[in-house]
Design a protein around this ligand. Structure first.
Ligand SMILES: C[S@@+](CC[C@H](N)C(=O)[O-])C[C@H]1O[C@@H](n2cnc3c(N)ncnc32)[C@H](O)[C@@H]1O
Length: 238
């Protein structure tokens, strides 16, 4: 089954956050949130689009910091969780959750200050089309992450039921170029794959995270990192 269908199921949406971001998975959640904040910068009163917003982990965080944000996702079930989270955080008035396909964004060109997608490109069967749409509706920042084809993820990637695509750096460079985007920052992290963090209690995972970040700071660590975060800006046409 493809990711587009997989995340439509109520039980998948119900356990999405707890399965991935409780226990040691909190370190992953924290790192991903930091990556988004680093990429989009100060967000107060900015107009931001989050593609494949899922259960609203980043949508709610950015609304709490003053952004006006649209969260778009194909799954009603995932966005129901996002809406609940937004109500609990008292930021529902700053967020519009919109059901839609990332391949056809219902917005005019240059509509947002920043557009980002987390944990989405591994599900994308036509990444060039998705990235071109993100670039079209952003007037400045485009940010996304990928899983890497030189990481430990290779060993279990094929087992994942929602399908998962791994990327090489050259491929991402080509995609950015074709979408008219200029890479402004690339960072690589998680030599230790996500699956191991999730299995460990938070404290032990914290120790592991320390080792992981020290190894990640080396050139070998960069090469073996399982996740890359790509920040790009829209090339001006003049
Ligand atoms: C792994 S989840 C990531 C959710 C969220 N970005 C996060 O990091 O927690 C992938 C999300 O992509 C959504 N998705 C998959 N294909 C899509 C498409 N073509 N258009 C919009 N959303 C899509 C799924 O419904 C799901 O919510």
């Amino acid at each position: 089954m493809k990711g587009k269908e997989w995340y439509q199921a109520d039980d998948v949406a119900d356990e999405y956050d707890s399965k991935r971001f409780s226990r040691g998975g909190r370190h992953i959640d924290h790192r991903e949130k930091q990556a988004v904040l680093d990429a989009v910068g100060p967000v107060e009163d900015k107009n931001i689009l989050e593609i494949a917003c899922g259960t609203g982990r980043f949508t709610v965080m950015l609304a709490e910091r003053g952004a006006n944000i649209v969260g778009l996702d194909i799954s009603r079930a995932m966005m129901t969780k996002g809406r609940e989270k937004a109500r609990r955080a008292d930021v529902a008035d700053r967020i519009e959750f919109l059901r839609g396909d990332a391949a056809r964004l219902p917005f005019p060109d240059d509509h947002f200050d920043a557009v980002f997608a987390m944990r989405f490109f591994h599900l994308a069967d036509t990444p060039a089309k998705f990235l071109a749409e993100m670039a079209r509706v952003s007037k400045d920042v485009v940010f996304f992450d990928t899983f890497n084809d030189t990481s430990a993820r290779v060993a279990y990637n094929w087992l994942l039921p929602m399908g998962s695509r791994l990327y090489a750096e050259d491929e991402v460079d080509g995609l950015l170029h074709d979408a008219g985007l200029r890479l402004t920052q690339a960072t690589h992290d998680f030599v230790v794959p996500y699956g191991l963090y999730r299995k460990l209690p938070n404290g032990i995972a914290g120790e592991l995270r320390g080792l992981d970040t020290s190894l990640g700071g080396t050139s070998l660590g960069e090469r073996l990192a399982s996740v890359s975060y790509w920040t790009a800006s829209v090339e001006s046409s003049d």
